[in-house]
Design a protein around this ligand. Structure first.
Ligand code: BJW
Ligand code: ZN
Length: 249
């Protein structure tokens, strides 16, 4: 049972949602781990590390171009939409995502901290310029910058640091929030998987939404077992009236 009481809201509650690939699964975006996950067919060390890109940028770009084409055909699902509604309704709501697909923004979310970058941006390995490029398929693989440098996807690969300012904001939100929704993540990838632990240590109420157990399940105060697009709208519907209308102090 949801046990955050009204006193907490009067004092000013902040809610943080941390999402992973599972939130986009019902939109048709493949997850990474799990029975039909990308890592069942592809090896992360061949495709999602800076070393893999240095070895074979064409192979890496072919994989990203294929994923971009798949994602371009996907629409936000009810879980994305309800998270956008939470942002519009709650005075202090932040969405932290590990996803690179941009579906939260497509659903209307604006306060989004992207921990692992965005597949619709490219970054020059020579001049560092970052630009949005939504062309599918890309006309040139691997693509190049106007400066002649090789472009890479503006995402975070294994062994690379997360964007400092984004991680800092996520860390602060985790420390200060009173409730964290952990949605569709296997919670295996660091440092993202530590954010709920930080929130819990700071006294937050944890709600996990997932079709399966994760290393965080035993830490959660409430576990919503099922597809995010079904269980999250129901959870929100039951709480919207009591959660909205309060202002943070
Ligand atoms: C549903 C559902 C439905 C399905 N409804 N639910 C400490 C300990 C050990 C290792 C490390 C450590 N610290 C760092 C590391 C190394 C590494 C790491 O964590 N490795 C572990 C895997 C062992 N971390 C890093 O390298 C990170 N960098 C870093 O720490 O840098 C430090 C540094 C500092 C200074 C200098 C240099 C370095 C970077 C991690 C980058 C991760 N990148 C990827 C690819 C992004 C780009 C791309 O998309 O191509 O990010 S990997 C992949 O995993 C992707 C995801 O964002 C991430 C997390 O996956 P996620 O979202 O959890 O998806 P799944 O598939 O795992 O889970 C889906 C879940 O949904 C499941 O639970 C399902 O049950 C559920 N589900 N359908 C609800 N309908
Ligand atoms: Zn350049």
């Amino acid at each position: 049972m949801f046990s955050i009481n009204m006193k907490m809201f009067v004092q000013g509650i902040s809610i943080v949602a941390l999402t992973g690939a599972g939130v986009s699964a019902e939109s048709g975006v493949p997850t990474f781990r799990g029975p039909e996950g990308l890592w069942r067919t592809f090896r992360p060390e061949d495709l999602a590390t800076p070393e893999a890109f240095a070895r074979n940028p064409t192979l890496v770009w072919e994989w990203y171009d294929w994923r971009r084409r798949r994602i371009a055909a996907c629409q936000p699902n009810p879980a994305h939409r309800v998270l956008a509604e939470m942002e519009a309704t709650l005075p202090d709501f932040i969405l932290i995502t590990q996803n690179v697909d941009g579906l939260h923004q497509a659903a209307g979310s604006r306060k989004v901290l992207e921990l692992h970058g965005n597949i619709w941006r490219v970054r020059c390995t020579r001049c560092g310029k970052v630009v949005e490029d939504r062309r599918v398929p890309l006309p040139e693989i691997p693509p190049h910058c106007a400066c002649g440098g090789l472009l890479r996807p503006d995402v975070v690969w294994f062994g690379e640091p997360l964007p400092t300012d984004v991680l800092q904001q996520a860390w602060e939100a985790a420390k200060r929030c009173r409730c964290m929704l952990i949605i569709g993540t296997s919670a295996l990838v660091q440092p993202a998987a530590s954010l709920p632990v930080i929130a819990k240590q700071s006294g937050a109420y944890l709600v996990e939404v997932n079709v399966a157990d994760t290393p965080l399940t035993s830490l959660a105060d409430e576990v919503l077992r099922g597809p995010a697009g079904e269980v999250l709208p129901r959870w929100w519907e039951a709480r919207r009236a009591s959660l909205s209308g309060w202002r943070c102090q």
